[in-house]
Design a protein around this ligand. Structure first.
Ligand SMILES: Nc1nc2c(ncn2[C@@H]2O[C@H](COP(=O)(O)OP(=O)(O)OP(=O)(O)O)[C@@H](O)[C@H]2O)c(=O)[nH]1
Ligand SMILES: [Mg+2]
Length: 458
């Protein structure tokens, strides 16, 4: 990050034509910014509507100007906002004027939020949550971001750090006794408390990665033999004709991807080339990509034509190919002889409870699609878990928490009577990991990677 003593400015609204563009200015000289445009500074907490004058004395725009006094402002510094007309020419002229002024410079990505952090207005979890809020596309992502911003992980981490301090104090007492016979009840209590703390963390970690899935989304590949109905399925799930459907085997060559909102989880569906041996070089490349997608996606829907005599073998091959998270769809139910349906259904139930016999092409009442959505939900959104329990939303949180938990387990495995110093070292490791979560220790490296993911003006 660059010099924190500079006054920074950036357009907070997206670039391009718009009704209004907001330019934010934060830092020691922010309150001098209106003067650069020949305007007076409004009283802090107030706004004024005023004419902006450019360097040649000409009229630049009419704008609304807000002033917020630090340290109570969002960045903790003096802030001025100029709400100008959202024209490329107006915003360019304002930015140019600010850029020429002594002590002012354009903000880097995430620099406003970095200043919030540096001035103690927000912790690392809060900064990440703000980034998530800005990126949120679904209601569930939005709610999750606000839960994180409001401290759903911060609160337990604070409690755990306090508990660690208490444990360290008890251990100190134990070390003071080291030369004597150590009262058994002290070590028993420390062991019990250590285990309880590690168990509490384990419970939080055991969440099927739900928070990360909601935040980052899930990729599901549709894979199967040619002509099985994969593209038909993709189009039905997307609600529009994204992929070409035809009765010709080998229609889809490349991967066609579509993003849908499944109960608030962004799901990227990948339609793939039908799997078959082929001499056609382009189709063979498509098949190679399809196989990769089957293996590498978070989950796979195995799509097979139920009227194909070899469906059982086809299914077995696909089950081997795809990763562990998979569900089976036998399509073209309408093509089966009515008498055969109960038998096939029974067979499918025996194979897996994540297998359905469906028809989409002739599906007039939407029954087939509902069954597919149910299957997808099972693959994508962990069931039986109240949403509010999930408090980990990034891999970074998971690693830090897992390290803290491992340190506590290691401490618990030690003989506290003979090597209390080693246990103290494990508690320090645990506290350090928790500190990294909220940004209370040695986080410069982390900061750069987190704040650089922000857009400029945030
Ligand atoms: N009768 C019936 N026909 C279906 C059903 N689903 C798909 N079809 C038809 O099956 C044919 C193949 O469908 P696609 O969706 O193109 O199949 P695909 O798996 O994408 O095929 P490739 O891209 O060639 O691998 C088309 O003629 C569809 O209209 C169904 O449930 N019932
Ligand atoms: Mg296709």
């Amino acid at each position: 990050m660059r010099d924190d003593s500079d006054t920074i400015f950036a357009q907070a609204t997206p670039p391009g034509r718009a009704g209004i563009a907001v330019i934010r200015i934060s830092g020691r000289r922010a309150f001098a910014a209106p003067g650069l445009f020949g305007c007076k500074l409004p009283l802090p907490g107030r706004f004024c509507v005023t004419k902006l004058i450019d360097g040649d004395g000409g009229k630049l725009d009419e704008a609304l100007i807000l002033a917020m006094k630090g340290p109570k402002s969002s960045t903790g510094e003096d802030i001025v906002e100029i709400h100008a007309h959202g024209s490329l020419a107006v915003t360019a002229a304002i930015m140019r004027r600010l850029g020429e002024a002594e002590g002012f410079r354009p903000a880097g990505p995430g620099e406003f939020t970095h200043r919030m952090f540096a001035n103690g207005k927000i912790d690392l979890l809060g900064a990440e949550a703000l980034a998530d809020l800005i990126d949120a596309e679904t209601d569930r992502q939005r709610l999750q971001a606000w839960r994180q911003r409001d401290g759903v992980l911060h609160r337990p981490v604070d409690d755990w750090r306090e508990a660690l301090v208490r444990l360290a104090a008890q251990l100190e007492a134990a070390i003071d006794f080291a030369d004597e016979e150590l009262p058994a009840d002290i070590t028993t209590r420390i062991h019990a408390d250590t285990k309880a703390l590690a168990d509490a963390m384990a419970m939080v970690l055991d969440d099927d990665h739900e928070g990360e899935r909601v935040r980052a989304g899930v990729t599901v590949s549709l894979v199967g033999p040619v002509n099985a109905g994969k593209s038909t399925l993709l189009n039905r799930l997307a609600g529009r004709n994204v992929a070409i459907v035809s009765s010709q085997a080998g229609t889809t060559r490349d991967i066609v991807s579509v993003r849908i909102d499944l109960d608030g989880v962004p799901v990227t569906l990948l339609d793939t080339a039908g799997l078959r041996d082929t001499d056609d070089m382009i189709e063979a490349e498509g098949v190679r990509r399809a196989r990769n997608a089957a293996r590498e996606a978070d989950a796979a829907l195995l799509v097979i034509d139920s009227s194909s005599p070899g469906w059982r073998d086809e299914l077995a091959q696909l089950q081997d190919l795809a990763g562990p998270s998979q569900a089976v769809l036998l399509t073209k139910r309408d093509r089966l002889n009515v008498d055969a349906i109960p038998g096939v259904t029974r067979e499918l139930t025996a194979i897996a409870d994540t297998a359905r016999l469906i028809s989409l092409e002739s599906d007039t009442d939407g029954g087939g699609l509902e069954q597919v959505l149910d299957l997808l939900r099972g693959l994508v959104v962990p069931v039986n878990r109240p949403e509010t329990q999930t408090i980990i939303t990034r891999a970074r949180h998971r690693h830090a928490l897992a390290r803290a938990m491992e340190a506590l387990r290691a401490a618990d495995a030690l003989d506290l009577g003979s090597v209390p110093e080693l246990a103290a070292e494990e508690y320090r490791r645990a506290a350090d990991s928790l500190g990294r979560l909220t940004g209370q220790v040695d986080v410069e490296e982390l900061l750069d990677s987190i704040f650089s993911s922000f857009c400029i003006g945030k």
